[in-house]
Design a protein around this ligand. Structure first.
Ligand SMILES: NC(=O)c1ccc[n+]([C@@H]2O[C@H](COP(=O)([O-])OP(=O)(O)OC[C@H]3O[C@@H](n4cnc5c(N)ncnc54)[C@H](O)[C@@H]3O)[C@@H](O)[C@H]2O)c1
Length: 414
């Protein structure tokens, strides 16, 4: 996909499919009416979400769609009687589906997003919202025009930790925040690459709708390794920036009510996982925000000691948020949110510990499908976080600091 014009790219993606459609009205649901749900992409994450949605009261799982038929039996074990399709359009054709969960690979998100809205369904769309910036623009516009309830799978937007951080910031306990540090770290046993999944024996050409998986990427013979390990390759993925940084940048943008970044830089490389993957495993990102703030994010796949976390640094206080981190004091792991006053500016103030409970992100979506309220992770935070992560990847791939304007002008793929 190197010598591609913008027009070629538009032809290859879902763009244009939902552009000027009139969106049908949604079904009005009473408090006890069942919400009838379908799912596109029932792999690892999809099966988690399948469990989650079935745990929400008054939900009926009607149908699933996946290009790999091996998923059908797995889904039927979890949801006996569910209808199965290897073409997602058959699922969207059904009038007995009110709302759709999309948990397909990143490079198909925009297609599934736009077509779900065009079919008049409400949508739960896994992060990152899209594979590229132009697709994110398109999905934002479609979601706003459609009037559909859209929840992005950024579940930390429903977290108690975010609620606590927001409250402390709104109460003015932080003063001026000029810097935020975030990190995300993992490790695996020697010889076992992060993210690498074995190819199941039944993942054969006969069992897979391969051209639907490719979704307009250059044609090639069936390659089950790429189907199962799409995360490792740029055509389908954005690497750890779209897999994990997106959660943290969304969290920080929501906590501090940040606008889009004005510029991004990213360095790193494939330093630990030399297994033929294309996406970097060791990463340092800097995002510059126009309101006097710099955010850094570091990620490694060969040390997990510090887990994942954030330090929000203000003139009047610090918020620290950690998850799966080995606490330096007691060695325990778990999630925590704490506030520490800066004694130079708040000498009498006390430290605080976050206590808010997490909300059920899936339950919040179903609730909004009934009430037509805006969910906790609406399309706007999906859009903002998508732009931020794509700016970082573009900076890495172009080997230069990338401003927002420059990033928006890039014709996909890169
Ligand atoms: N929110 C979270 O915490 C979280 C966690 C993990 C994954 N995810 C996201 O969930 C998505 C899926 O990740 P995963 O790990 O489950 O991947 P996966 O490969 O395990 O599952 C994807 C499924 O989609 C199917 N598929 C591929 N192309 C399709 C198409 N055109 N139409 C229908 N189905 C298609 C595949 O066969 C597979 O079953 C990704 O966007 C990922 O970033 C989110």
């Amino acid at each position: 996909m190197v010598n591609q014009t913008r027009r070629d790219f538009l032809k290859q993606t879902a763009w244009g499919t939902a552009a000027f459609l009139a969106y049908p009205p949604s079904r009005v649901l009473g408090a006890n009416d069942r919400v009838r749900v379908g799912m596109i992409g029932v792999g690892n994450r999809g099966q988690d979400l399948l469990e989650e949605v079935q745990a929400v009261p008054h939900v009926e799982l009607v149908a699933i769609a996946d290009v790999y038929r091996g998923r059908f039996d797995e889904a039927k074990k979890m949801a006996p009687g569910v209808l199965t399709f290897d073409d997602y359009r058959r699922l969207l054709d059904r009038s007995d589906v009110d709302a759709v969960i999309v948990a397909s690979p990143l490079h198909t998100h925009a297609r599934h997003f736009l077509d779900t809205l065009a079919a008049g369904k409400d949508l739960y769309a896994e992060k990152t919202m899209t594979w590229s910036i132009p697709e994110a623009e398109r999905c934002l516009a479609a979601a706003r025009q459609s009037g559909r309830v859209v929840q992005i799978g950024l579940q930390w937007e429903s977290s108690g930790a975010l609620a606590d951080a927001k409250q402390w910031i709104r109460q003015g306990l932080m003063g001026k925040v000029t810097q935020v540090e975030s990190w995300m770290s993992r490790n695996t046993p020697h010889g076992q690459g992060q993210w690498v999944r074995p190819v199941p024996a039944d993942c054969t050409a006969e069992n897979v709708n391969w051209s639907a998986f490719l979704n307009g990427r250059p044609d090639r013979p069936f390659d089950p390794y790429r189907l199962i390990n799409w995360r490792l390759f740029w055509e389908f993925s954005g690497g750890n920036v779209t897999e994990n940084m997106v959660h943290q940048v969304a969290w920080i943008m929501s906590a501090l009510d940040l606008p889009l970044p004005s510029a991004a830089s990213m360095s790193g490389g494939i330093f630990s996982e030399k297994d033929g993957r294309e996406v970097p495993d060791t990463i340092a990102v800097t995002l510059e925000f126009p309101n006097d703030l710099v955010w850094t994010w570091q990620s490694t796949f060969s040390n997990r000691h510090y887990g994942l976390g954030e330090h929000i640094l203000g003139s009047d206080g610090t918020i620290e948020h950690g998850w799966e981190e080995s606490d330096m004091v007691n060695g325990e792991e778990g999630e925590f949110t704490r506030y520490y006053p800066e004694k130079v500016n708040r000498p009498q103030a006390a430290a605080l510990v976050g206590k808010s409970k997490d909300q059920d992100h899936m339950g919040n979506w179903i609730d909004c499908v009934r009430t037509r309220k805006t969910p906790n992770a609406p399309v706007e935070i999906g859009y903002q976080s998508a732009i931020a992560v794509h700016m970082a990847n573009l900076a890495y791939r172009h080997k230069q600091r990338m401003t927002l304007e420059e990033a928006k002008a890039v014709v996909p793929p890169f």
